[in-house]
Design a protein. Structure first.
Lengths: 204, 185
């Protein structure tokens, strides 16, 4: 299990999804949008403390970055974060090139990479032992992409991204732990609260 | 009835084209974001949308991606529509069922219909047969547009209905309307 974690080519610390998600959320002071991909990625976003600017996906594996791109295009003055798993990103590698072409400077993407489909039984992804998702992002045109070496480096990269001149992608090597919480699965409520958080609608 | 190819210049009042009607209806309803996966039949529409600074338009690698983008944009206050062909629609069942419908997102899709009325590719004709059963199984609003004289009514009313009811709609552009794609070699 977790063969990629033992890949010596990646000189990065194995971190924890809930811990780095909490570190990100703690830095948000300006109603930044956060889009959480399916499963553990949005469970940990939920567990880090619900905010109306969070959007939680319930299906549509691989669409966290495209949804976040849409938010970033609609509101260029708002910082938009997207949290995606490595397995999910493998479903939509083409979206990296779309984002690189549009180059929204208000978009920060985080890839939580444990090399496994944790939620379905921790099977390794086809990429786990052979592919480097940050290198794929760079080759897709997202030149401002990097692995976080450790938690401090992750926080530094997040802060850097907030004033970057183009989109940022941050790879985080994580352990094989499941998500910490469980998002309340009410898609209409999730969407309506997110629209309140985006200032598009007033609460009833 | 190659209406599509006959008029490529900007639309005039007396000479309406199907693609001119789409472009004007998008503008009238403040739909600015138009990601697409191209189709031969959509060429003129795509070219004209690119030429109009009102629109933000670009290709995506997959139709799913385009749906994700317009969904995020709509939730953040910017309206969008997606252009695709029949085989592209066939890739969407999972995200229609897990994103657009349950989150009540007014996803507006223009689908250039391949696979019928002179199709030359057997695969296209087979995948075309999956489109309406998928739309019907999800109880999605859809119209097959065949006539230029009723096209503006269908497009404008369908866009408004999608936005006000927060439900997706698929407007299927029949070869009867567009001329379709013909075997040419």
């Amino acid at each position: 299990m977790n063969t990629a974690a033992n890949n010596p080519a990646r000189n990065t610390k194995i971190m924890n999804r809930f811990d780095v998600t909490s570190r990100l959320v703690a830095k948000l002071k300006n109603d930044e949008a956060v889009v959480g991909g399916i499963g553990n990625t949005n469970f940990d976003l939920w567990a880090a403390g619900h905010r109306p600017q969070n959007f939680y996906m319930l299906g549509s594996m691989g669409l966290a970055f495209p949804i976040a791109l849409g938010v970033a295009l609609a509101q260029p003055k708002r910082r938009v974060f997207a949290l995606e798993g490595d397995g999910s990103l493998l479903m939509q590698l083409g979206s990296l090139s779309t984002i690189a072409t549009l180059a929204p400077k208000n978009l920060t993407m985080v890839v939580m990479d444990n090399g496994i489909y944790q939620i379905t039984g921790a099977q390794p992804t086809p990429a786990a032992a052979v592919a480097d998702l940050v290198a794929i992002a760079v080759a897709s045109g997202l030149t401002n992409s990097a692995w976080a070496a450790d938690e401090e480096d992750f926080e530094r990269l997040i802060e850097q991204s907030m004033s970057a001149s183009g989109p940022t992608l941050i790879g985080v090597r994580i352990d094989d732990k499941p998500g910490t919480g469980a998002t309340r699965r009410d898609p209409v409520q999730i969407r309506e609260r997110f629209m309140h958080g985006m200032g598009v609608r007033e609460p009833l | 009835m190659a209406v599509a190819e006959a008029h490529t210049s900007p639309q005039s009042a007396q000479e309406k084209t199907w693609h001119g009607i789409v472009l004007e209806a998008l503008k009238r309803n403040d739909i600015r974001l138009v990601p697409y996966v191209p189709d031969r039949v959509l060429t003129t529409l795509i070219k004209n949308i690119h030429a109009d600074p009102f629109f933000t338009t670009f290709p995506t690698a997959r139709e799913e991606e385009a749906v994700g983008i317009v969904s995020g944009a709509w939730m953040a206050g910017m309206r969008g529509a997606v252009l695709m062909q029949t085989s592209g629609f066939a890739t969407l069942a999972n995200i229609l069922a897990s994103l657009a419908i349950p989150y009540q997102i007014p996803l507006i899709m223009f689908v250039s219909e391949r696979g019928t009325l002179g199709e030359f590719n057997y695969g296209q004709s087979l995948v075309c047969r999956t489109m309406r059963p998928v739309l019907d199984s999800l109880a999605m609003e859809h119209h097959t547009c065949t006539r230029l004289d009723e096209f503006e009514f269908i497009v404008d009313r369908s866009i408004k209905q999608a936005l006000t009811t927060q439900a997706p709609v698929a407007l299927i552009l029949s070869p009867l309307l567009t001329g379709g794609k013909v075997f040419d070699k």
